[in-house]
Design a protein around this ligand. Structure first.
Ligand code: 5MM
Length: 361
């Protein structure tokens, strides 16, 4: 096998993204997803509104204390701030690595209603090469798996197809110099308890690492982006779940299925409130230190880093400074949680659930 010419750079990227006290902002919502969030603020989903929103997130002073990387949507990778300076250059000056969402969205599986695989493998290699040329240094691909105990979902065939796609994507991204984040999201929709979430996560994540091995993808040059192990959003157990309970179960599952060589597990927030996401990450890191977990445990949150700041911003330039301050404070709270040192009041507007309804397709 020939050696990857980007090997050293991929190693450096992995190290950078998993440094202590920092994590990743996922600001890579596709046009449809961000449109739903803008609609809540009664804002029109135009390229300029999306650019202005991303300017608030990229340019927030002090966010570099907590962000090692930022995942962008393709459109944003080529956009600039209001003075015309490319976002990529601004991120570079802040020592925040630009990343890129390279999947092109979910697609339904006709034989299994409610389940999806992910599009985007076609032309992936060329697109990755262009994103690298534009300054991206890591990539992300999201698979979404749905739990439905009565119907036996996720089905084995869909679990394996998503794992195969994630591995093909990871191999392609690595060969073009982009460190792949592998995101097998298990959706929180459902009435199932934490035990079911744990069993499904074991099955799904194991299948992903089997597929990565089968396709000879070096896992030390990948990052995992899973959901924390929690009861379904409509489960009775949900009310009683504490950060310590989430931490114990999440760490137990990750230890069972994630190889030690993986440099980092960067969790998604998946509908948790801003406060809940930070507190769970904090509890996880306290436990991980006690148990000497082999990987870095950090965040790659979207909603849980943006929600309060977006509400303050509300599409109005006059609110920009205050919104940026909120964006940065929430980022830094999560930076402290990565160290297991978050305490006191959460800077965000709090414990409002960010569950948006089914995001399967
Ligand atoms: C699960 O979504 C990812 C993490 O965001 P949350 O922390 O809010 O759950 C997120 O990066 C997602 O992959 C992007 O928003 C892209 O999603 P779409 O639905 O636009 O493909």
């Amino acid at each position: 096998m020939t050696e990857n010419p980007y090997l050293t750079e991929l190693q450096t990227t992995a190290k950078h993204l998993t440094q202590r006290g920092k994590g990743i902002l996922a600001a890579d919502e596709s046009t449809g997803t961000i449109g739903k969030r803008l609609a809540i603020l009664s804002l029109e989903n135009t390229p300029e509104t999306r650019r202005a929103l991303r300017e608030m997130l990229v340019c927030a002073p002090g966010n570099d204390e907590a962000y090692s990387g930022m995942i962008l949507f393709q459109e944003t990778l080529y956009q600039t701030d209001s003075s015309g300076k490319p976002f990529v250059s601004i991120l570079k000056e802040k020592n925040i690595l630009p990343g890129i969402k390279v999947d092109t969205g979910l697609k339904p599986v006709p034989e299994s209603p409610g389940e999806t695989t992910t599009d985007g493998l076609e032309d992936l290699s060329n697109r990755c090469a262009s994103y690298y040329a534009q300054g991206a240094r890591f990539a992300k691909w999201r698979a979404a798996l749905r739990i439905d105990v009565n119907r036996g979902l996720p089905s084995d065939s869909v679990v394996h197809e998503n794992a195969r796609e994630l591995a093909t994507y990871a191999a392609t991204a690595q060969s073009e110099g982009l460190l792949p984040i592998v995101e097998p999201e298990i959706l929180i929709d459902g009435t199932h308890g934490q035990e079911v979430s744990a069993a499904v996560a074991e099955r799904v994540i194991s299948a992903v690492y089997d597929a990565l091995r089968e396709q000879n993808v070096p896992v030390e040059l990948t990052l995992l982006k899973p959901m924390m192990i929690m009861p379904g959003v409509s489960s009775e157990e949900r009310k009683n779940v504490t950060p310590d309970i989430v931490a114990v179960e999440t760490l137990r599952v990750m230890k069972k299925v994630v190889p030690e060589q993986v440099p980092g597990i960067m969790f998604l927030s998946g509908g948790m409130s801003e406060e809940e996401a930070t507190k769970n990450l904090n509890a996880l890191n306290i436990l991980a230190e006690k148990e000497k977990a082999p990987w870095s445990l950090s965040f790659s949150f979207g909603r849980a880093l943006q929600h309060s700041a977006m509400k303050i911003w509300n599409g109005d330039k006059n609110n920009l400074e205050e919104a940026m301050q909120m964006a940065s404070e929430v980022a830094r709270a999560n930076g402290r949680a990565q160290l297991g040192k978050f305490e006191g009041k959460h800077p965000s507007s709090g414990s409002e659930s960010l569950y948006e309804g089914f995001r399967g397709w």
